[in-house]
Design a protein around this ligand. Structure first.
Ligand code: 16G
Ligand code: ZN
Length: 534
């Protein structure tokens, strides 16, 4: 049972900022770090309740603000299977964070035990991690105050990438060693296996040229450095932007989000034509690839390209394993997916493609509907899910020919290599590298599968973004009235034109996306749509 008096006492040290209205959004709570002390404390209380509700299984708490500037921070909860917090609890998080004072907080806490039917006899368990931000230690202390006041059995998992924390939560609840994967034992094994298999098929397999990894001066740098030691037989890694803890460096003009939105090289990169490169974001759950072509043009290989590569490869291996009847591959995208990628997936690879609303939880949920669900946001956040039926089919398949046996071994290796709890830059990188090594492809060869339509993203500040309501996986507006019809009329003037408008879930702004057959048309179209929105 919870001692509410103890909770109230602890809360007194973490008073609410009176003027702020907090909201648990797509990425949890995220804002300027100096406003977060009370929020993190209260998230600790919610984590305790959530764990008790889930029969005392481990709940994860991650303190990070991903690709946001250094002065921001954030906090989010991870459910027992390593997934994002269940949606109905997001509203509880918001209410708890906004309780006016200690008395209101305790009252809401007690009400929540009733409303959510929390079994208070269960001993709550929480595992928490944090990124490299200077504000993390103080926020961790606030979290620990809450966990202490709730009598939680807590594990401090230390400096971690977001996907490492997600994976640890799942492992703890399935009684595996949480460090098993991130000792890299398992990870290396699978990677080796896949690469070794490649060697078996092609005796003359060559190590690819080094991969230059921009770690956004974040937690990915030390974590990748550890990993790189184990895999140098198969992959050479060159880390750039590893100035962890140097003031002002985190995510500054570098990292996956910067590279994707500006479609240009990160600060500190000296890429030559033919070099291979990728960028992680500040908490290493996103990755995008890029290179400079022979004409010195920057070429981006984003989440859509990664999804297409992964789907192409997995479909081939499933076929070679003679499991195509039992294992159907599907791909999940959002409205931001480049039209060319959707066309390639549907028409060339002939895989079903679903489109869902922005935010990992939506993609993850939809991907679970497939035997193998490949999901990626264009921004580079994504992974591949193998259903338990698919994993069973792979395990139980009879090996009839050497080629089929090899394909089965590859599929098994893939299920191990991929972090199936959430998008993971390191694990996704190994997936891509394994496929490229297997195929002996450079980035231009991968890029050649299809050509992205020129596209652009704009941010518009409006008086009230909540007036923008969407339907059809955010691809159409229902409100403000008549705006969608006006957008459609503009879009119709451009070849392969597409544009949509949605309210951001993380910023007080409206986002406008446009794509069209040529750069000039795209640039013109987005200006027109932005004018309509203003
Ligand atoms: C969050 C989401 C990301 C999404 C982005 C959209 C998670 C873990 N992260 O960062 O998937 O692409 O928000 O931001 O779900 P927006 O609503 O501001 O466009
Ligand atoms: Zn991130």
């Amino acid at each position: 049972a919870f001692d509410v008096q103890r909770i109230a006492q602890a809360s007194a040290k973490h008073p609410k900022e009176a003027s702020i209205k907090y909201a648990y959004g797509t990425a949890g709570f995220r804002m300027k770090a100096d406003l977060l002390d009370c929020v993190v404390f209260r998230v600790g209380l919610l984590a305790a309740l959530r764990s008790a509700k889930m029969d005392g299984q481990y709940i994860g708490v991650m303190i990070t603000a991903s690709h946001n500037p250094e002065e921001d921070n954030g906090v989010k909860l991870v459910d027992p299977r390593g997934e994002m917090l269940q949606q109905s609890w997001e509203a509880y998080a918001t209410s708890l964070a906004n309780a006016a004072d200690d008395a209101a907080l305790v009252k809401y806490f007690e009400d929540l035990i009733q409303v959510a039917k929390v079994d208070v006899s269960k001993k709550p368990k929480v595992v928490y991690g944090f990124d490299t931000r200077p504000s993390c230690p103080a926020l961790v202390a606030a979290l620990e105050d809450a966990l202490g006041a709730c009598g939680v059995e807590a594990i401090n998992f230390g400096l971690k990438t977001t996907p490492q924390l997600h994976y640890a939560v799942r492992c703890l609840n399935t009684q595996n060693d949480p460090m098993a994967r991130y000792d890299y034992g398992k990870l290396i094994l699978a990677c080796d296996e896949l690469c070794m298999l490649t060697i078996v098929v092609k005796a003359n397999i060559k190590k690819l040229s080094p991969i230059h990894v921009d770690c956004a001066n974040g937690v990915g740098a030390p974590k990748l450095r550890e990993l790189a030691k184990y895999i140098d037989d198969v992959l050479d890694v060159k880390i750039v932007n590893d100035a962890v803890g140097v003031k002002g460096k985190l995510n500054f003009e570098c990292g996956a989000d910067y590279v994707k939105t500006t479609q240009s090289l990160p600060l500190g990169s000296t890429l030559q034509p033919g070099n291979r490169a990728c960028s992680y974001d500040g908490d290493a759950d996103r990755i995008v690839y890029y290179y400079v072509d022979d004409e010195s043009n920057f070429r981006l290989l984003d989440g859509d390209k990664i999804a297409s590569l992964a789907a192409m490869f997995i479909i081939d291996v499933v076929k070679a394993a003679e499991l195509a009847d039992q294992i159907k591959v599907g791909v999940v995208q959002t409205a931001y997916a480049n039209g060319s990628s959707t066309h390639y997936l549907e028409k060339t690879l002939k895989v079903p493609v679903s489109c869902v609303s922005t935010g990992v939880k939506h993609l993850h949920h939809e991907a679970e509907r497939y035997d193998v669900g490949v999901y990626f946001e264009a921004n580079g956040h994504g992974t591949v899910l193998f259903s338990s039926a698919a994993q069973q089919a792979i395990r139980n398949a009879e090996e009839r020919t050497p080629a089929q046996a090899e394909a089965l071994a590859q599929l098994k290796a893939l299920t191990e290599l991929i972090n199936q709890t959430v998008g993971d830059a390191m694990s996704d990188m190994l997936l891509v590298e394994a496929i490229l090594a297997h195929k002996q492809w450079d980035l231009a060869k991968w890029d050649a599968a299809y050509t992205d339509l020129p596209n652009k993203l704009a941010k518009v500040i409006v008086p009230n973004r909540n007036k923008f309501k969407t339907t059809n996986a955010e691809r159409q507006l229902t409100e403000p009235k008549d705006l969608q019809a006006a957008i459609d009329a503009e879009v119709a003037k451009y070849s392969s034109g597409r544009s949509f408008v949605r309210a951001s879930g993380t910023e007080d702004a409206v986002r406008v996306y446009a794509e069209a057959a040529s750069r000039a048309e795209c640039d013109e179209l987005i200006v027109k749509v932005v004018e309509l929105v203003q």
